[in-house]
Design a protein around this ligand. Structure first.
Ligand SMILES: *Cc1c(COP(=O)(O)O)cnc(C)c1O
Length: 340
């Protein structure tokens, strides 16, 4: 396959790559579309999911700056925070996490990702949703504290969704194109790549990668929080900054190049509806595949709901990116048990 050679910034290999690309035969039949899945839930065990692809580049940037401690942030059960904590442990760095919770005086129990953060030795600073909105201030304060103690902190933004982290999914797009070519499905038939979006970096990378490689694939994302307007801006900004910072010879037209399928936030970020959880169970039973409640379960629910309205809406073929999140299932065990 004539894939343009891309010059990547520095990267520390942490993920198990390439991840498999697999057909979902029973669901394809049921949904009336050829459905494939890119198994980015298999990038590792504790390092599973999409964040580790971005962090390979973020940690390279941290190392280049001589950092001995990384700071990042997220929701209480953040997959990104957990991947950062585990990566830091792997690389012999310290890690401080700013995690959001309603009452920092009564933080959530050590379960799911929080347990892994703790076991990997990350220091957790619980902050309120209000403080989280102003997290740049908290980052600056924590970084100053660390510097005063003689440390060299490096700040990784939410989800590692910046111009640096986007390279993780530029590289994933190249890997996916190779996998599709090997599977004989880079054949020009109308194909859509579908992914969940939360902080935008994954989709920004996919968009940039598809452009750099001149791939004629549609890219659609399902937002798990906020709305289409918000993500047009967030994803657009990451793309623009990446193009500028790395002097890429391309342009992105956010309304033409990306489809944002809005309307599936449901009860809100990290809150599930019974029908979403029921679908997660159904997929586990039909395909032996586990989606997560916060991202992939919602995105899959959105995709299936759109297909129910029009089975051709994504073309003849879909490649759904399984971005991980397995550990998010355990904190909602009781809700799920009632539905399966
Ligand atoms: C973070 C995350 C996403 C969303 O990726 P962004 O790059 O933040 O948009 C999707 N799925 C899972 C499991 C995640 O943890």
């Amino acid at each position: 396959m004539p894939v343009a050679t891309i010059t990547y910034p520095e990267r520390i290999p942490l993920a198990h790559l390439p991840t498999p690309l697999e057909p979902l035969r029973r669901l394809s039949k049921e949904l009336g579309v050829e459905l494939w899945i890119k198994r980015d839930d298999l990038t590792g065990m504790a390092l599973s999911g999409n964040k580790i692809r971005k962090l390979e580049f973020s940690f390279a940037a941290a190392r280049a700056q001589g950092a001995d401690v990384v700071l990042t942030c997220g929701g209480a059960q953040s997959n990104h925070a957990r991947a950062t904590a585990v990566s830091a442990a792997r690389l012999g760095l310290n890690c401080r996490l700013l995690l959001r919770t309603a009452d920092p005086g009564q933080p959530p129990p050590l379960s799911g990702n929080i347990l892994l953060d703790h076991m990997a030795g990350a220091e957790i600073v619980w902050i309120t949703p209000e403080a989280y909105r102003e997290r740049e201030i908290v980052f600056a304060r924590e970084a100053a504290k660390l510097r005063r103690a003689g440390r060299t902190p490096f700040i990784i933004p939410e989800g590692a969704s910046d111009a640096v982290g986007a390279w993780g999914y530029i590289r994933a797009m190249a890997e996916l194109a190779e996998g599709m070519d090997s599977a004989g499905i880079l054949d020009g038939r109308p194909t859509t790549i579908v992914a969940a979006t939360g902080s935008g970096g994954t989709v920004a990378g996919l968009l940039l990668g598809a452009k750099l490689l001149n791939l004629s694939l549609r890219i659609a994302c399902i937002n798990v929080c906020d709305n289409a307007d918000y993500f047009q801006h967030v994803i657009g900004d990451i793309c623009t900054t990446c193009i500028q910072d790395y002097d890429l010879n391309l342009s992105i037209d956010m309304s033409a190049d990306l489809e944002i399928v809005d309307g599936y936030v449901g009860r809100g970020y990290a809150f599930s509806q019974p029908e979403e959880l029921a679908l997660i169970c159904e997929v586990a039973r039909k395909e032996g595949l586990f989606l997560d409640p916060v991202y992939t379960g919602k995105a899959f629910y959105g995709m299936v709901s759109e297909l129910a309205k029009d089975s051709c809406c994504f073309g003849e073929r879909i490649v759904f990116i399984h971005t991980g999140g397995l550990f998010g299932l355990f904190p909602v065990a009781e809700e799920i048990a009632e539905l399966c």
